[in-house]
Design a protein around this ligand. Structure first.
Ligand code: VG1
Ligand code: CO
Length: 543
């Protein structure tokens, strides 16, 4: 096998964000751009020599080309083996599972997740470590450092690999194993959930729609829901992965999964609705005429996990990202287990999961997962909900209303202001930061601030510190507003304003969410001077 050592110059903008490196697809298609990042990744982890790597992606435009490049670079860098999902497809949780199952040294996942795909849209790449989880900050920082000094990369001068045929191939000394993307993942799900019980649920006439949003979960959902669990054909919508997600935005929230929402918000709608994102790690859960916020979903799953065989002995702890509501904390307190509050991004859950401190984790952005892999897992959440509904023999609405009666309700919504000029967004955050020392005791509209700070996280397992992780303002009313800038966007800056209002057990649990959050929202907007600094009067997306 001939190896080309190609001279290159660093790109200055290869700093991984919340979840890997995300850029416009055309940026990734520039000569050397992907290659530099892959070589920097290998260099940052002591090289690829002798290693086994899992490679796959969400099927978006440029996925297959990128995989061919990565395979050739792995071969040139001396990797022993690459395990690749057939067709180049692997959902993020399935990739995480394959790394763990095969005791691989890590993996490269090609995805920009919930961002749109296509030649003029977004692409991304992420490195996961041997535990199956996204590389922690120490490694992503080391990768970034490498990208700034890189002067060459190595790539095999070899023919493209046939990605469609399952089985073994060889590239020089490196073996390439093309695997079915679904089967090992499906076995894992069968080991965690009571498939017979869920089959009975469908046999009893229970109806469901799962919107795969033309993204990677289609084949997984069809195999598991329709083939293994006997849900009627047609349960899975938009189940064929497309390179451009049919021009859609594969983000499972009420805005981007509107068709499913419309179907569910009707007395004639199915009993249960769910959707997943581009790479299959997010989930949206909807009942007939009721939307389950991701923060509530985390709380309900934590409280009921013991109903599924995989969690029958209970859970060791719960973790949630800081902007996620406090609903999960109340469940942890009731169960007598610890609750951890981490920065945004799944990489912060890895150490807690590895150390056995938590079993279930979640984020307000529609991510929930457990210690079965080291990524959030969309279909896992859907199956756990189904298992719980099958056991409790109740509707989603009944389960949720019961939950609020037991724990109180956290009204919750996120308002995104997208494509802001970077300077305006940074100065808004800088200004907020400067207000922090004097906020306590001040009143904005009807809300009095009790405390305000900028969130930082000391990892209890490895002692690492992560600073500047979002600004939190707590109000006397039990409300909270959080401000942070997105780390996954590819254009300008996105300001995320997270709003929460707790209403106790005996309070009113049937208000309209935006109505219940009105006072907190008005106070938040007043104190951050949004309109003055950005000229924006309305959010682009409300989830
Ligand atoms: C967003 C979400 C965060 C999630 C991340 C990756 O990050 O807020 O909760 O972990 O996306 O999700 P940010 O920095 O844009 O707020 V995925 O499914 O896009 O990999
Ligand atoms: Co995702």
């Amino acid at each position: 096998m001939k190896i080309d050592v190609v001279s290159t110059v660093p790109f200055e903008d290869q700093k991984p964000g919340t979840s890997g490196l995300r850029k416009k697809t055309r940026v990734f298609m520039q000569p050397g751009y992907l290659e530099n990042f892959v070589q920097a990744t290998f260099n940052a982890v002591g090289g690829a020599r002798g290693k086994t790597l899992v490679v796959g992606g969400d099927g978006r435009y440029f996925n297959a080309d990128a995989i061919q490049t990565i395979i050739k670079m792995a071969a040139a860098n001396g990797a022993t083996k690459v395990i690749v999902g057939a067709g180049g497809l692997l959902s993020t949780p399935a990739a995480s599972h394959l790394i763990r199952l095969n005791k691989a040294d890590g993996g490269l996942i090609l995805s920009a997740s919930h961002n749109p795909g296509g030649v003029d849209e977004d692409f991304g790449i992420k490195f996961n470590t041997a535990n199956g989880g996204p590389a922690p900050e120490a490694i992503t920082n080391a990768i970034f450092d490498q990208t700034l000094t890189l002067c060459e990369y190595s790539i095999a001068d070899a023919a493209n690999v046939d990605l469609s045929t399952i089985g073994r191939q060889q590239m020089g000394a490196m073996s390439i194993e093309i695997v079915d993307p679904v089967s090992d993942y499906q076995s894992l799900m069968e080991s965690l959930f009571d498939f017979a019980k869920i089959r009975d649920l469908f046999a009893s006439g229970f109806t469901m729609k799962f919107d795969a949003m033309h993204a990677v979960t289609g084949p997984y959902a069809k195999a598991i829901l329709e083939d293994a669990l006997n849900a009627p054909k047609g349960t899975v919508l938009n189940g064929v992965p497309k390179e451009d997600f049919d021009n859609g935005h594969p983000d499972p929230n009420p805005v981007w999964a509107k068709d499913l929402m419309d179907m569910m918000m009707s007395d004639e709608g199915p009993d249960f609705g769910a959707a997943s994102d581009g790479d299959g790690d997010r989930n949206m859960i909807v009942g007939r005429n009721i939307y389950v916020t991701p923060s509530d979903s985390l709380a309900v799953l934590a409280n009921n996990a013991h109903l599924a065989p995989g969690y029958k002995d209970g859970i060791s702890g719960v973790a949630r990202s800081m902007p996620t509501s406090g609903a999960g904390d109340r469940v942890a307190a009731k169960l007598g287990v610890e609750c951890f509050e981490t920065p945004t991004g799944w990489k912060f859950f890895g150490n807690l999961l590895d150390a056995g401190k938590v079993t279930i984790c979640g984020e307000e952005s529609a991510g929930t997962g457990s210690d079965h892999v080291r990524e959030k897992d969309g279909l896992w959440a859907v199956l756990l909900w189904l298992n719980i509904l099958a056991e409790r023999k109740q509707s989603v609405a009944e389960v949720l209303k019961d939950h609020w009666q037991q724990f109180g309700r956290d009204y919750y919504s996120r308002h995104d202001y997208e494509a802001l000029p970077i300077e305006a967004a940074s100065s808004l955050i800088a200004k907020l930061r400067s207000f922090l020392p004097d906020l306590a005791g001040r009143t904005f509209g009807f809300e009095e601030v009790t405390r305000a700070d900028e969130f930082s996280y000391l990892d209890p397992v490895d002692g690492s510190m992560s600073e500047n992780q979002g600004i939190r303002v707590f109000f006397k009313s039990g409300g909270r507003a959080v401000f942070r800038l997105s780390g996954t966007g590819t254009e300008g800056a996105t300001l995320r304003l997270y709003l929460e209002q707790f209403v106790s057990r005996d309070g009113n649990h049937s208000q309209d969410t935006q109505e219940a959050l009105k006072q907190v929202r008005n106070a938040a907007l007043e104190l951050c001077e949004l309109e003055t600094l950005t000229g924006r009067t309305k959010p682009d997306v409300v989830t």
